[in-house]
Design a protein around this ligand. Sequence first.
Ligand code: GLV
Ligand code: MN
Ligand code: MN
Length: 427
Amino acid sequence: MTGTTDGPAPTVTPGAGTTPPPGGRPPSFHTMWADLAPIGRHAASGGYRRHAWTGADADCRTWFQEQAEARGLTYETDHNGNQWAWLGDPLGEDAVVTGSHLDSVPDGGAFDGPLGVVSSFAALDELRRRGAQFRRPVAITNFGDEEGARFGLACVGSRLTAGRLTKEAAYALRDADGITLPQAMEAAGYDPEAIGPDPGRLARIGAFVELHVEQGRALDLTGDAVGIASAIWPHGRWRYDFHGEANHAGTTRLADRRDPMLTYAETVLAARREAELAGAVATFGKIAVEPNGVNAIPSLVRGWLDSRAADQATLDTVVSGIEAAAHEAAARQGVDLTVVRESFTPVVEFEHALRDELAKILGGRVPVLGTGAGHDAGILSESVPTAMLFVRNPTGISHSPAEHAAEDDCVAGVLALADVLEGLACR
Ligand code: GLV
Ligand code: MN
Ligand code: MN
């Protein structure tokens, strides 16, 4: 396998539950984790740069296919570039599907996404070790471009499949270099003409369960290794374009400036204030400046707002409060402002029946928690009964190289997922 980076990578050592049976069987969780760990890892930051349709993404995809084939699973990519590994008939009804994503945010952690995919293969190994008899088809997935790091829109693979992103809108997506999504897909060997809704595939899925590292500290506080998701906060991304006037940093009087950086700065402070007032979150984490010269007042500052709240009304209040403050500052400073909502995902309440079934399978003493993070499971939840398992993250840090889960907790996650798959697909 061709890794694109070097340097030591986060390790997870095997536990009893994931030790593969003797006799040349599929590799263990530990082996899979070690195999995947160098791919897309940036040597200097220690973070992952596995962005959609790049070389690192291709290496992750090769890894997925190898894992599927090593287990004798039926491997396929769907017409939206999502990967599937099937045990049983891919065209069978009432399938139980698990999996997550392998792409990352810029300098992301090792666990967000890959923990779910690696745990899915390890759970399948565990079920085979137990001699489980499968009554329903089971599939493991890697959904493409979950983070939206390159094209700005999260969950592109699952959105296309669920019909929540049109082909036209997908074709309009561009990366920072102006490469369109279809161009990137084509360069990676996929046919962008084929993208679009896949209702037949979704109709054959009886349950989708995504395991994910927790992206907060709820499980650390309850003292549990594994939890079940209740809901995902509504969330969205908004692009703010502040147009000012480029001018000389040394000779332009302060009073004569139309400085969009100033307006941007006020807007960032307003975002913090509005979020604090409402008990929500609001983040400007990405910015582009033109002409980006140290001795020039910018002509354009483009900032992306990510905001999330427990309910729609609160999110609306926060987002409109930030926008009003930005317009007020822009008017005062002679700056032109446009705001475009680039994506939005409404609140997701995971299906109670499946959630309760998971809790029953896992012994009923599993914490149930909500999250502010988005997931493919949330996108699919409108079309398919969907549930999520979370694995404890002792610091809660995520979207950072410092993201972590202890090896024992990863093993507990694998065993919990194996129990869930057994309960759903084998009984
Ligand atoms: C995805 O991880 C998101 O919540 O942005
Ligand atoms: Mn993420
Ligand atoms: Mn994720």
